[in-house]
Design a protein around this ligand. Structure first.
Ligand code: UDP
Ligand code: MG
Length: 317
């Protein structure tokens, strides 16, 4: 199998036939061995039936994974990757906001030697409540991870299979696959891709997603760089703590010099240093707790999804 196109599907009944046609139009001329893996993420509309029909019409290419309930886009993507067998794996959304017509260009880049080709929605067709937070998030992710992309959130990305192993996908993690890939030495290219407004159905996300993304960023950063040296992180926080204490002391000192107010006698002296210390301790505790929870999930080795049925897969999968 040359190419697997993996698509998470949640309530996309009207989009699916169009998506299938667009994929066929883009991929058939390439003369490859390909599969389109559609993962139904517990849709409550007729998406499963539409998928069933597509699978019957094109049993050679359309493979369907039906999850037991809604596990979220990332888990659905993980299910699709786990069931795929192509040497190249392309991820994209079901709502035709990504354009399958971009796939051949991305494959070409893979053949030129890149391991990850990441789509950049330069003219993103979403409203400001979505584009503004993700702009900020993208800037932050780029700084923190050192993997410099403009658009982590774009689902349309092409991967060489080798770079898709060795990590678990949950939360909003799918956007960080390039970061994991980078840590194992992948060559990454970002290319401009088309982006269209949603034609049918509704977007499932709003602002709260950015908050989740930031938490995932923390885990990714920690797992990929700090796992052997937590002192870098906690040491950094410690330095900030000491810095705060110094600022307070400095203020009190200045007050003492110019107004003659006693430093040690000031309740501010005790209170502000205590508050600063407690504040930072609680941040630390939060970080540790977050990590514990996530480490727990990682060590469980549980899949992040459960499968109800699969259609058109060879028996061994
Ligand atoms: N999706 C999913 N499970 C969910 C939510 C979304 O599989 O719980 C799929 C959805 O069907 C689409 C993709 O993830 O294919 C992106 O979703 P959406 O278009 O709502 O997100 P946006 O484009 O606004 O980021
Ligand atoms: Mg969308």
């Amino acid at each position: 199998m040359d190419l697997s196109i993996v698509v998470p599907v949640y309530n996309e009944e009207e989009n699916l036939p169009l998506l299938y046609q667009a994929v066929v139009a883009a991929v058939v001329p390439l003369n490859l061995e390909w599969e389109l893996i559609l993962v139904d993420d517990g849709s409550r509309d007729s998406s499963p039936q539409v998928l069933q029909t597509l699978a019957e019409q094109d049993p050679q290419h359309v493979r369907v994974v039906l999850l037991r309930r809604n596990f979220g886009q990332t888990a659905a993507i993980a299910a699709g990757i786990d069931h795929s067998s192509g040497e190249i794996v392309v991820l994209m959304d079901a709502d035709l906001q990504n354009d399958p017509a971009d796939i051949p260009m991305m494959l070409e880049k893979i053949h030129e030697g890149y391991d990850v080709v990441s789509g950049w929605r330069k003219n993103r067709q979403d409203d400001l409540t979505r584009t503004l937070p993700s702009r900020l998030a993208n800037g932050l992710i780029s700084r923190v991870t050192g993997v410099h992309l403009h658009d982590y959130g774009c689902t349309l990305k092409a991967y060489r299979r080798e770079v898709l192993t060795g990590f678990r996908l949950y939360g909003e993690m799918h956007r960080f696959i390039p970061v994991y890939a980078h840590s194992v030495g992948a060559r990454i290219l970002e290319v401009e891709v088309h982006h269209h407004p949603r034609r049918f159905g509704k977007a499932k996300y709003g602002l709260e997603r950015t908050a989740k993304v930031i938490l995932d960023l923390f885990t990714v950063k920690f797992l990929s760089s700090y796992s052997n040296k937590p002192i870098y992180l906690f040491g950094g926080v410690g330095i900030i703590l000491i810095g705060m204490a110094f600022l307070v002391l400095f203020y009190l000192f200045v007050r003492r010099v110019f107004f003659g107010i006693s430093v040690l006698g000031s309740p501010l002296f005790q209170m502000s240093t205590m508050v600063a210390i407690f504040g930072f301790q609680s941040i630390l505790m939060g970080l540790i707790a977050e990590l514990l929870v996530r480490t727990y999930h990682e060590s469980q080795g549980k899949p992040t999804y459960t499968v109800r049925t699969t259609i058109n897969f060879p028996p061994e999968v």
